[in-house]
Design a protein around this ligand. Structure first.
Ligand SMILES: NC(=O)c1ccc[n+]([C@@H]2O[C@H](COP(=O)([O-])OP(=O)(O)OC[C@H]3O[C@@H](n4cnc5c(N)ncnc54)[C@H](OP(=O)(O)O)[C@@H]3O)[C@@H](O)[C@H]2O)c1
Length: 342
């Protein structure tokens, strides 16, 4: 094992990353896994933390929620991983469990093996959007999740859902997970027109509509039986805030559920009668079977049932790749995940 770690620290709010050499983590708790990072994926939350101090209580900070690499060491109660395994994981910004560094330590339950056919770059993009997609369904809509061991088996089974932001990482993950959870559900989505064929052909949505179309409400409703509207909306991008007409796509006689991701902005106000649930990735502990989601992901990947949600845009290596990736994320991405090799 290398004796040195490189952390891409943020010294204070708004600062550029400062690569800092430190000792490699030597203390690994019994249920922890030490990962040598190979690839890091950038999330909108990384920029919100670095630029706005979003949810940060102290600096310096090592950012990073997503990444993939090789198991370098394991605690003595780790059961499912061996040295040398290729893995992806859910990371926690702060210090030793964040992904913007060469060596990171995470709990075994946050780790999944990568099939041999997957690259580190692709696998690095899976974690956060998968986890939040699970929470969107399991908590946002209270939908049963048959692929999740000990997960919810009863609840709301929608016959039609509109996913706002089908070309976002979260939207793309959620469409796939909804198809697995409720195979017969009519899944409709919004995005820019350039992503429509990808969202239907690669992700399996039944219909996609231009998010800026003046006829969006009519278009969505006409894709549902008797043009009645959808049972539920999953808002993966906070679109309902500026585009309140989207609520008119809900069937007035249906259960009118609206699951909105927490984007960091104020909770979106909804028309009376709409049942809104705000969800976040960190609600996972409240989901029945939530501790098993990475085991479920590993099985879904092995069985080829869960695919890369979005194409990967490689931003280069190390500090330059990270800074360039963060800069591009600040400008806004469209239908892709940004990845940096470490
Ligand atoms: N709280 C949490 O735990 C949590 C977890 C994950 C994500 N999030 C939040 O969820 C949001 C999405 O995250 P992400 O990583 O999936 O983002 P992303 O991939 O960076 O989102 C970019 C996409 O958003 C789409 N988009 C933007 N405005 C839209 C609108 N009004 N209607 C439809 N599509 C729209 C764009 O679509 P087009 O290019 O097709 O126009 C683009 O493809 C972010 O705000 C993120 O911070 C929160």
């Amino acid at each position: 094992m290398a004796s040195q770690n490189t952390k891409y620290l943020v010294p204070g709010q708004g600062s550029p990353l400062a690569p800092t050499i430190t000792a490699n983590p030597t203390t690994i708790e019994p249920t922890e896994v030490l990962i040598r990072m190979e690839a890091i994926a950038i999330n909108p939350a990384d920029c919100k933390m670095i630029d706005q101090g979003h949810r940060i209580t102290s600096w310096p900070l090592v950012p990073g929620l997503d990444g993939a690499g090789v198991v370098e060491a394991i605690g003595d109660r780790v059961k499912n991983f061996r040295l040398g395994d290729k893995v992806l994981a859910l990371f926690t910004p702060g210090d030793r469990s964040a992904s913007y560094q060469k060596f990171a330590v995470v709990q075994e339950r946050a780790v999944a093996k990568i099939p041999t056919t997957w690259s580190f770059e692709d696998a690095a993009t899976l974690g956060v959007c998968y986890m939040t997609g699970i929470v969107a369904l399991g908590i946002g809509l209270s939908t049963p999740l048959p692929f999740l061991e000990d997960g919810p088996t009863t609840g709301f089974t929608p016959s039609s859902v509109l996913v706002l932001g089908g070309s976002s990482a979260l939207g793309a993950a959620t469409i796939q997970l909804l198809r697995l959870a409720v195979p017969n559900c009519k899944i409709l989505a919004t995005s820019s027109p350039k992503h429509h064929s990808y969202i239907t052909n690669a992700l399996g949505a039944n219909g996609v509509f231009d998010r800026n179309s003046p006829s969006l409400v009519m278009d969505v409703k006409s894709a549902t039986p008797e043009s009645s509207g959808v049972d539920a909306i999953i808002d993966a991008v906070g679109a309902g805030g500026a585009q309140s007409h989207v609520f008119e796509t809900l069937d007035p006689n249906g259960s009118k559920r609206y699951a909105q991701v927490w984007t960091g902005d104020d909770e979106i106000e909804v028309p009376s009668g709409v049942n809104s649930v705000l969800f976040r990735g960190r609600d996972l502990p409240n989901l029945q079977g939530g501790e098993n989601i990475m085991r479920a992901l590993q099985s879904l990947l092995e069985d080829g049932k869960y695919k890369l949600p979005l194409p990967v845009h490689k931003m280069g290596h190390g500090i330059d790749g990270l800074e360039n990736g963060l800069e591009l994320m600040r400008k806004g991405v469209s239908g892709e995940k940004l990845v940096v090799l470490i």
